[in-house]
Design a binder for this molecule. Structure first.
Ligand code: ZN
Length: 368
């Protein structure tokens, strides 16, 4: 039984690359930035490819795996640079181990592994994956780092609605009292990290949105959108700007997220909420022509955005923890005359007409 437990523990987590206060690699250490956070600039954006672990300058960093080092830049290892061993990448290091030497990692020797460098400034950047990506989320890879926990609740500060296409150069915000057409939902949110007793903030791990018809009580969704189990190499930055609003783009958390652009199979898709959608259609299907055909008939709706961290905190609409809402009025359809009947005298119908295609076709029926 003990043997089985031992094997399970090995499979469900992995050591941290720096020692904790007790001098071992069991952590938990702080996490000040997570995979998928916006990085770079609006001109040259990219996703953050790993996690940041806060630590003072000179803190010893160790390799998880044993193997040969790639140490860059070399040969001058006084200058800040990175070390890779296998698929593990350690960045912002000084006094690095030499390039192309064999090191013993923590997984092989948890007591006396080889030091590979020092933290240069205030954090270690740690990432997992081949040098060209895709990059795995270190907080979920192999069950995440040992004893990783996070009691912090993500916060959704605000959400607002924009005409679809606003993530591009021209942004057009919609008034909540007059929402129509194809809509992008934008939310300002942030996760509070508590790992290792260090209180930090980072980007969120997962987003969802949901719409509720206030009069009918009908709920649509939740629609899962942004999620970061891994990030692909950036494609000219375009995927990043479909997730983060370029008009508020900046290099540090928190972020404005385009909630309606989902990440599917690790690729960002430029989608929207078609408030005019006809019943039974896919998200990008045909518009309804009249209210009775519409998935979202004109009226009052409540739009929710729910944010989650990797542990699953957040998304609590009942207590508004990691969730925020806005009431809006959908106004897509013009009133129309459905039927005209003209009587002569008692019950004699002189004229009886329908608009069979009320919006696009205004032909009358025939006289009776
Ligand atoms: Zn980093």
């Amino acid at each position: 039984m003990t043997v089985i437990n031992f094997v399970l523990i090995l499979l469900v987590s992995y050591p941290w690359p720096m020692r904790n206060a007790q001098g071992n690699f069991d952590g938990p250490l702080g996490v000040s930035a997570t995979l998928g956070d916006g990085r770079g600039s609006a001109v040259s954006p990219r996703f953050h490819r790993g996690i940041d672990i806060p630590a003072g300058p000179g803190t010893d960093v160790f390799s998880l795996a044993s193997g040969r080092t790639i140490s860059w830049p070399h040969p001058n290892y006084e200058i800040e640079g990175y070390v890779r061993v296998g698929n593990y990448h350690y960045d912002h290091l000084t006094n690095r181990v030499r390039h192309d030497v064999e090191v013993t990692g923590i997984l092989e020797d948890p007591i006396n592994p080889d030091r590979i460098g020092d933290v240069a400034e205030d954090h270690l950047h740690f990432q997992i994956g081949p040098s060209g990506g895709p990059y795995e989320n270190p907080l979920s890879h192999d069950g995440g780092p040992d004893n990783y926990s996070d009691d912090g609740m993500p916060i959704v500060y605000s959400l607002d609605l924009w005409q679809s296409g606003s993530e591009a150069e021209t942004a057009r915000e919609l008034d909540n009292d007059e929402v129509w057409g194809k809509v992008d939902i934008r939310a300002s949110c942030q996760d509070r990290q508590t790992s290792g007793g260090v209180n930090t903030t980072s980007g969120i791990y997962r987003l969802e949105w949901l719409v509720r018809d206030i009069e009918e009580g009908t709920a649509f969704g939740p629609f899962p959108t942004t999620i970061f189990p891994q990030v692909q190499p950036p494609n000219n930055g375009a995927p990043v700007l479909l997730v983060y609003d370029r008009h508020n783009y900046r290099t540090a958390s928190p972020f404005y997220y385009w909630v309606t652009n989902p990440i599917i199979n690790n690729q960002v898709e430029n989608r929207y909420w078609n408030t005019k959608l006809r019943q039974g259609e896919e998200w990008n299907g045909n518009d309804a022509r009249i209210n009775s055909e519409a998935q979202y008939p004109d009226g009052e709706y409540r739009v929710w955005v729910m944010a989650y961290d990797i542990i699953g905190n957040g998304g609590d609409t009942l207590n508004r923890r990691g969730a925020e809402d806005e009431d809006i009025i959908l106004d897509n359809f013009k009133p129309y005359v459905d039927r005209v009947v003209i009587y002569q005298g008692g019950r004699v119908i002189k004229y009886h007409a329908f608009w069979s295609e009320p919006v696009s076709d205004t032909r009358l029926g025939s006289l009776v």
